[in-house]
Ligand binder design. Structure first.
Ligand SMILES: NC(=O)c1ccc[n+]([C@@H]2O[C@H](COP(=O)([O-])OP(=O)(O)OC[C@H]3O[C@@H](n4cnc5c(N)ncnc54)[C@H](OP(=O)(O)O)[C@@H]3O)[C@@H](O)[C@H]2O)c1
Length: 219
């Protein structure tokens, strides 16, 4: 596929993971549209990307982001209580995709421990401990928000989606990743955000995980 003829819509590109997603999409020479509340954060990429200014909560803005795209890559998130945005954002993204003419695929970033990946966590004492500690430390509402977002995606069977659950993120250089289903054992605790971006970019052309929820661990 000629990458210049493939349009990627990126959500979260101003964030810690999304900046790698954007960087790698640029390196791969894709046609890129980015949603940004603060476009000045992307000044270094001016002229190389199309910026759609606005919030994920604005349906018309997200519709104009998504229209014409082939794939939507999202690392949307916030820890700022009480503005949990993932469920609300995913609802808008799905509606925008459903009403678009281009009907892009959707690659959504979530977290290990959510949905049926709790099964694989319970097989590992370390992951069991992490899940147990994360709720009081990070706040159970942030996980509940992300879990509801996963449920919305699973219900929207007319949208080709991948739920990619990441292990705990760090900013180390990429080391390679392994993809596991919830019936397979949980892997290493930490994964590089760059590896997450590599998976997302690979998913632009690789449809192996469409319709699935998978966990991503460092190799
Ligand atoms: N920390 C972990 O170990 C871990 C593990 C697995 C999964 N996760 C989840 O993975 C996701 C990405 O993580 P990260 O560290 O890359 O997050 P991050 O640095 O906080 O980035 C979040 C992105 O979402 C954007 N965003 C937030 N609210 C928005 C809104 N209303 N409209 C448009 N954009 C909005 C932010 O834009 P602005 O620049 O405008 O704020 C930013 O670009 C999060 O959902 C996180 O909870 C985290």
């Amino acid at each position: 596929m000629d990458n210049q003829n493939t349009t990627i819509a990126i959500i979260g590109a101003t964030g810690a993971t999304g900046k790698f997603v954007l960087q790698k999409a640029l390196q791969a020479n894709y046609n890129i549209k980015v949603l940004a509340r603060s476009p000045q954060k992307l000044d270094e990429h001016k002229g190389k990307i199309e910026i759609v200014k606005g919030s994920i909560s604005d349906l018309n803005t997200v519709k104009s982001l998504v229209e014409g795209s082939d794939v939507v890559l999202s690392s949307l998130g916030t820890n700022k209580k009480p503005n949990y945005i993932v469920e609300k954002g995913v609802k808008v993204i799905l509606e925008a995709i459903q009403s678009s003419t281009s009907k892009p695929r959707f690659i959504h970033m979530s977290a290990v421990g959510l949905g049926d990946s709790i099964i694989q966590c319970r097989k590992s004492w370390l992951w069991t401990l992490i899940v147990k500690l994360s709720f009081p430390l990070i706040g159970s509402e942030i996980f509940a928000d992300m879990e509801r977002a996963e449920e919305l995606i699973s219900q929207a069977t007319d949208v080709k989606s991948v739920i990619m659950r990441a292990a705990i993120l760090n900013n180390e250089p990429a080391r390679g990743y392994i993809v596991r289903s919830s019936t397979e054992p949980a892997g290493k605790i930490f994964i590089s955000r760059e590896d997450i971006a590599n998976f997302m970019l690979a998913s632009v052309t690789d449809t192996t995980f469409d319709g699935k929820a998978v966990s991503l661990f460092s190799s």
